[in-house]
Each structure stands twice: as structure tokens, then as C-alpha cells.
Design a protein around this ligand. Structure first.
Ligand code: CU
Length: 292
């Protein structure tokens, strides 16, 4: 029951966050490219709507800038998972139920998170050739993941002349994710930021900027309303600042950031399969960081 309450709170915030200012961070226009040591990193823009993705049939392997452009009315994300031996049908079933235990075999490599309605979030992920399942795990008002409503699919990844294997250059520091915390290192919030999963479970980072007068406690109160109670009244005490989703153990990904000075909160709602799918946020995975 606790999980459902938290999850519904998360939905509310992601919808309400749409009323706030648009996220300037981690957004890039569709079709823009990034030059890496003379070679341009491929940039793929995927439209998200309520409820589905407009997916390309194929994406280049290597490091790819993935922009999720949200044309819907609810917040969305797209997590990429290399299927390996899991069938697409099994992936769809498990993703629709946010059954991370059944997704143990897939390799989650990350993706852009927390794209507000009308907004875009870009993340740089590494893809190996093969079949990938993609999904949005954000819950709809019925408590089921958006994946269960159609935000699940498949992308084929192949090496092409566009493929770039040189990892992005880190400019804005790094953030390590593990059970159950975020550890920033030399983090400035500006330039390319590295996200590393040094733990054993899949994690995400939903990033929000505290509104004037807000505190970590007021943000937590919004994210983690007690079981059975609605989130606090009024607008959310924060605005969206992008984020990353579905980063599996030992995986690294990047996000271009341009965070303005202020206090930010990182939250992970990924379920802990060893604790009855309790969201990591309830196990301490909520962190305030200051950008100066
Ligand atoms: Cu987590």
C-alpha cells in the first residue's frame, strides 16, 4: 500500500510540475548534433505522447544523444534495456507491471527522465548492437505504469558509419548512484555530467530545483506523502530540471546540464525487488545538492 501511495504522489508531481517554468537544463533542439573529437555524436529525438512513443526502427550503436520530446499532458521518460535472452513479449509484460525482478536478465543502459509536457530532456547513453526494449515506468492515475498503457516498445541498434565510441568528455562532475544514495563528485551542474551506477540495482535520478522558500523537507513531503494521504495542497515546491532513468549496475551515462544556482533534489523511485518493490526513495534515495 505504501508503494502505491508514493507512486501516486509521483504522478501528481510530474503532472503539476508542468505548471512550473520550463526546464532550460538538459534540453536541446531536435536535430542538433554534438561534435566529439572531430566526429559528430548521433542525436536521436523521440516523441512521447499519452501513451506511446514514436520510435525509430533503428538507432546507431555507440554513444548516442537521445532527446525525449514530450508532446503529452503527463511527465514521461524512456529507459533503454538490452533484451539479451528475454523476448520482447516478456519485456512488455514485465515493464507494464514494473516487475524489475522479471527484468533481471536485461541490461538497463539509461535514458532521459522527467520530461515535462511540452518539454524535452536529453541524455547520452551507450548502445551496443542488438535489440532493446524501451519503456516509461511513470505511473498513470490508475497506478499502472505508462508502459501498461502503450509506452513500451522495441528499437534495433546497429553499428553504422555514424557510430561514435569515444565517451563524452566530463565537464560538470559526476554523480554515483547506489543503494540507496547519490554521491556527487566535483559536481557543478554545468556542462557534461557523468552518472555512474556503482550499485547492484537499477536506479534513476529525477532532478528538481527547489522553488524560492522551499526546503528539502517540503520537497520530500510532496514526493513522499504518508500512506493514504494526498500530497500537500498548492503548487509543487519545485520545478523540473531533467534527469536520467533506468541506469543498470556498472553502467555509465551522461547528461548535458546548465543548472542555474540554487538547491536541487535528486530522487529515485525505482523499485527494490528485495524489499517488496519499495521505491528507493523510501530507503533513503533522496539527496539535496547545491549549485552555486
Ligand atoms: Cu535507486
Amino acid at each position: 500500500m505504501r508503494r502505491v501511495s508514493v507512486v501516486i504522489t509521483a504522478v501528481a508531481l510530474l503532472s503539476l510540475a508542468a505548471c512550473g517554468s520550463s526546464s532550460k537544463s538538459s534540453s536541446e533542439g531536435a536535430g542538433s548534433t554534438t561534435t566529439v573529437a572531430g566526429k559528430t555524436r548521433p542525436h536521436v529525438t523521440i516523441d512521447a505522447f499519452d501513451y506511446g512513443f514514436k520510435l525509430p526502427a533503428q538507432m546507431p550503436s555507440g554513444w548516442v544523444d537521445v532527446t525525449l520530446h514530450n508532446t503529452g499532458k503527463e511527465g514521461h521518460q524512456i529507459a533503454f534495456a538490452k533484451l539479451g535472452s528475454l523476448t520482447l513479449a516478456a519485456f512488455k509484460t514485465a515493464a507494464s507491471a514494473t516487475n524489475v525482478k522479471a527484468l533481471k536478465e536485461v541490461q538497463f543502459v539509461g535514458g532521459p527522465n522527467n520530461a515535462e509536457p511540452g518539454g524535452s530532456v536529453t541524455a547520452t547513453i551507450h548502445l551496443e548492437p542488438g535489440e532493446y526494449g524501451v519503456a516509461c515506468f511513470i505511473p498513470a492515475s490508475d497506478g499502472k505504469a505508462h508502459a501498461a498503457h502503450g509506452m513500451v516498445g522495441k528499437v534495433t541498434v546497429a553499428q553504422t558509419a555514424d557510430s561514435v565510441e569515444d565517451a563524452p568528455t566530463v565537464e560538470g562532475g559526476s554523480i554515483s548512484l547506489s543503494e540507496f544514495t547519490f554521491v556527487p563528485e566535483s559536481f557543478t551542474g554545468n556542462g557534461m555530467v557523468e552518472f555512474k551506477n556503482i550499485g547492484t540495482q537499477v536506479h534513476e535520478a529525477i532532478i528538481v530545483k527547489e522553488a524560492a522558500g522551499a526546503t528539502l523537507d517540503s520537497v520530500k513531503a510532496f514526493f513522499l506523502a504518508p500512506p493514504g494521504s494526498p500530497p500537500p495542497a498548492g503548487p509543487p515546491p519545485f520545478t523540473s530540471a531533467g534527469g536520467i532513468v533506468g541506469l543498470g549496475p556498472s553502467q555509465t551515462m551522461y547528461q548535458q546540464m546548465a543548472l542555474t544556482p540554487g538547491k536541487y533534489v535528486l530522487v529515485c523511485f525505482f523499485p527494490d525487488p528485495t524489499k517488496g518493490d519499495q521505491p528507493h526513495a523510501l530507503e533513503g534515495m533522496v539527496k539535496e545538492i547545491t549549485v552555486s
